[in-house]
Write a protein that binds this ligand. Structure first.
Ligand code: GTP
Ligand code: MG
Ligand code: NA
Length: 458
């Protein structure tokens, strides 16, 4: 296979864009699955990962009669949420990827989180392809299932073609306003030299899907062989910590490079310190199936990058999403690795003035905690912090926050982002007079805290 010939890992492609532009539906269309319809409220709230073997991609691009000679074993695609409260997950997804697809709804043009995603991609210098999705919603669209976009467009009436061109021009102008040059992919002579390609698609009737896939793999093969060269150094990120019936606590990870084996000793960052454990089971969903959706898993003795993997091991209950996973090799000193694993955590902790006065903040993951601390530090907000925690709010957190009752009463407050408050914690808080504010959108915490301060002043 291509894997042995070229020794390249599969590129990781992140799908980003504003809420409801069709990111998950596009993946469903390629996978032949129905993940989107199973989502609560039709909203993606977790990072997902799907592995597409090279054979499936070739099959899907046959229509274009191009040589989709893949030098990579496949493609690992990461789905991200477009909803506003998940900036943190978009950032994590974009941090992992080699290339991205930025999805834009042709009927809406650029929206708030299209621009946010664009800025994340610019910041990391990540190349991306724009999927101009929902072309089937152009009035009078004639369905040409799974056809290349050029072929599908030729089948359309003059009116449809006119509406398409008008909307396309509008989107190109909107990108220009963001400092980005774009062009229809088959007219783009400048790809990689500053002009980004647009592929019109429909996730419902699949026009443009062959084009999107072909462009993706040709582009990565052409420009990224160095970046994609496989190496043995394990690079692995924890996406989620989940309890799975019959397995106990598991972690979903993205293996970006290297290889993992059953039985490997691993170290991950934990809430109460480094967790040293060994891999009991290495599981993946079947090819073309979504990691975040419950289903059956394939067991592996070893897995080579790039892959989305579910790891079963003892003691993962307090693992923190968004941190790195380390392997303890035969020549490694486990103490050094424990130190490395906790580094992310330490750097966040060190930013908090522990002896000073301030509120207590609590968030679901290390990444979201960092985002919250950054936000509280901005001059317009400027709320001092005296303590932090990760995970749901428990009695012990209320106790810690209550220290401020004697120092500075208004700071006897917990700002809780994307976590739950246990009943005992709420009862204790009410009893001693600690205020707990919860929100799943960061800036709502500021509004609540400000109202609280204004209230105390009156
Ligand atoms: P979030 O993950 O919540 O940000 O949304 P998303 O970008 O993943 O969009 P999703 O796949 O949930 O699709 C949103 C809605 O748009 C659903 O009702 C889809 O059926 C619909 N939709 C997505 N793609 C298309 C398309 O190409 N054509 C049409 N007509 N509808 C689409
Ligand atoms: Mg989605
Ligand atoms: Na959605």
């Amino acid at each position: 296979s291509g894997q042995c010939e070229y020794n390249l890992r599969s590129p990781i492609c992140c799908i980003m864009g504003h809420v409801d532009t069709g990111k998950t539906k596009l993946l469903d269309c390629i996978r032949g699955t129905n993940v989107q319809e199973g989502e609560a409220g039709g909203i993606t709230q977790q990072i997902g990962a799907t592995y597409f073997p090279a054979e499936n991609i070739c099959e899907r691009t046959k229509e274009l009669k191009a040589d989709a000679n893949l030098k990579v074993p496949g493609l690992l695609v990461i789905d991200t949420p477009g909803h506003e409260s998940f900036t943190n997950l978009r950032s994590r997804g974009s941090g992992l990827c080699d290339i991205a697809i930025l999805v834009v709804d042709i009927m809406h043009g650029l929206e708030r989180h299209t621009i946010e995603s664009l800025n994340l991609l610019k910041m990391r210098n990540t190349n991306f392809i724009i999927a101009l999705n929902k072309v089937d919603r152009l009035y009078g669209w004639k369905v040409c299932h799974n056809a290349s976009i050029v072929k599908a467009m030729k089948q359309q009436s003059k009116d449809v073609q006119f509406e398409f061109r008008t909307r396309l021009t509008q989107v190109i102008t909107e990108f220009k306003e963001q400092g980005i040059n774009t062009e229809l992919y088959y007219k783009n002579k400048d790809m990689g030299k500053g002009t980004f390609s647009i592929v019109p698609t429909s996730a419902i009737s699949a026009e443009g899907i062959p084009d999107l896939l072909l462009l993706l793999v040709q582009w990565t093969a052409k420009t990224m062989s160095e970046r994609l060269t496989y190496n043995n150094i394990v690079q692995c990120t924890v996406l989620e910590v989940k309890v799975v019936e019959g397995l106990g606590t598991t972690i979903d990870v993205i293996l970006v490079n290297g290889v993992l084996h059953e039985g490997d000793q691993i170290v991950v960052c934990g809430m109460q310190g480094p967790i040293v454990t060994s891999i009991r089971a290495l599981l993946t969903p079947f090819p073309m199936k979504e990691l975040r959706v419950k289903g059956s898993y394939e067991h592996h003795k070893e897995i080579k990058a790039s892959q989305g993997i579910k790891i079963n091991a003892q003691g993962l209950e307090h693992a923190i999403a968004g941190t790195s996973l380390y392997i303890v090799g035969p020549d490694d000193d486990v103490e050094d690795i424990k130190e490395a694993a906790m580094k992310d955590m330490r750097s966040v902790m060190s930013r908090v003035d522990k002896c000073g006065e301030g509120v207590y903040v609590q968030a679901s993951t290390l990444g979201s905690l960092e985002a919250l601390l950054e936000f509280l530090k901005t001059p317009e907000v400027s709320i001092p912090v005296s303590g932090i925690g990760i995970g749901n709010v428990h009695k012990k957190d209320v106790m810690k926050a209550s220290v401020m009752l004697e120092k500075k009463k208004e700071y006897a407050t917990i700002l809780a982002f994307d976590v739950r408050v246990t009943q005992e914690a709420q009862e204790l808080a009410d009893e001693v007079g600690v205020k707990i504010y919860t929100a799943d959108i960061i800036y709502h915490l500021f509004d609540q805290f400000k109202a609280h301060i204004d209230n105390l002043k009156e």
